[in-house]
Design a protein around this ligand. Structure first.
Ligand code: SAH
Length: 397
């Protein structure tokens, strides 16, 4: 049942005709009816042509998000069951369906489900709901996820500040099935990692770095590694398994480092091979430079420094600062593994910032590998905004 209709301004139908799923407030000419927050509305071009149906967000600049471009498709439990089945089939195709493994099952727009993220950790699923439209259907989505997987419970971690823009409060709690356990772990490439679904970042774990953990392992042999913004230390564990001689994990979060400690222990890594340092990375890198401490690999995986266009300049400076310090403390032949998860930072700009940092550090460097997000975080050709994680591995002379 559609509760109303949006008519777009003349010419503003172009992005929808290219299958882009967002309608900004400035594109809307008029609203017919009085749709409620999150209601499904029909979206028409100015000449009345049907374009799509989508979820209405009266409180947000992102006024509507497309559910379907098919005029015959009803947005109901069957619709969500079909989208979820399609998303699960894709993860199975990727081979990301090992029972004790973990993967992103639903990646919002990239799976045709704006506002819906779902991650599977073994037998448990954690969802995040970030739009008014998705909020309406979250129980339907949770039930369908449980029915279509062999999982035991679906827990919600919608403690997201961004929900405010949608007129929604932050929330967390059980949505379907049983409550996940306090102590949960997953297996990835034969390594065991602890996931704190209740207090961890995002839904508990950085699934998007899955393939990059393998890349780090493959480049680590014989190296002394500095793992900055380590969180639960997964890059460090992979580096040691890949033959690194020592890993220093640095993070400002004590609970994250406690979890890192466990991750090193359960993977049988000797305490002499790693250290966990609670510190500010900027200060720690400066301290290394000042004291002449050097490494053969420096990993920089900071939090999102750019979350709006206003923060672009400031964020770029922060990325440049840490990359500069990273280059300064690399031994000859060392590797800088530099990431940005800011969607607003495009790869060419990130490469330029990394190049500027090398130049200022007086180091000559080449691109050894270009990294991206794991394929369970897909990027539709029609929705390039889904690409947010970029990594550059540079090797210095
Ligand atoms: N590399 C991790 C994910 C990093 S998330 C992984 O692959 O699992 C970013 C981390 O940076 C968080 O753990 C956060 O606690 C930490 N952090 C944010 N700002 C920091 C700072 N200034 N100094 C040290 N750690 C910081």
């Amino acid at each position: 049942m559609k509760q109303g209709a949006l008519y777009l301004r003349k010419g503003r139908e172009k992005s929808l005709l290219r299958r882009h799923p967002w309608i900004f407030s400035g594109a809307v000419e008029r609203v017919e009816g009085i749709p409620e927050r999150g209601a499904t509305v029909a979206i028409h071009a100015s000449d009345g042509r049907f374009l799509a149906c989508g979820a209405y967000s009266p409180d947000s600049q992102l006024r509507a998000r497309v559910w379907s471009f098919d005029p015959a498709e009803q947005i109901n439990a069957d619709f969500f069951a079909r989208r979820i089945a399609r998303a699960l089939a894709y993860r199975a195709f990727l081979g990301y369906d090992a029972p004790q493994g973990a993967c992103r099952l639903l990646a919002a727009e990239a799976d045709g489900l704006p506002g819906v993220t779902a991650d599977r950790y073994g037998d448990w699923i954690v969802v995040q709901i970030s739009s008014a439209g998705a909020e309406r259907f979250k129980h339907v989505i949770a039930d369908a996820l449980l029915a279509k997987t062999n999982c035991r419970g679906v827990y919600e971690r919608s403690d997201l500040a961004a929900r405010k823009k949608e007129g929604l409060a932050e929330c967390a709690g059980l949505l379907a099935g049983e409550m996940p356990p306090e102590s949960l772990s997953i297996v990835e490439n034969g390594l065991r990692f602890r996931v704190d679904v209740f207090r961890g970042h995002k839904t508990g774990f950085y699934l998007d770095q899955k393939e990059n953990r393998c890349a780090v392992a493959s480049l680590s042999a014989g190296r002394r590694v500095l793992n900055c913004f380590a969180y639960t230390g997964t890059f460090g564990v992979c580096a040691l398994k890949g033959g690194a001689v020592h890993v220093t994990n640095v993070d400002s979060s004590r609970p994250a480092l406690e979890c890192a400690e466990e991750n090193f222990r359960v993977n049988s890594l000797p305490a002499s091979a790693y250290e966990n340092v609670e510190a500010d990375v900027f200060a720690y890198l400066r301290h290394c430079r000042e004291s002449g401490r050097t490494f053969d690999m420096v990993i920089l995986d900071p939090p999102k420094f750019i979350d709006s266009k206003n923060a672009l300049m400031r964020g770029c400076r922060a990325y440049k600062d840490i990359a500069l310090l990273g280059f300064q403390i690399l031994n000859p032949g060392g590797l800088l593994v530099n990431f940005s998860c800011s969607g607003l930072m495009e790869r060419p700009l990130f490469q330029k910032i990394t190049a500027d940092a090398a130049l200022d550090a007086g180091r000559e460097a080449r691109i050894l590998r270009e990294l991206s997000q794991a394929p369970d975080h897909p990027v539709p050709l029609a929705f390039p905004e889904a690409l947010y994680l970029k990594g550059i591995v540079s090797i210095v002379r």
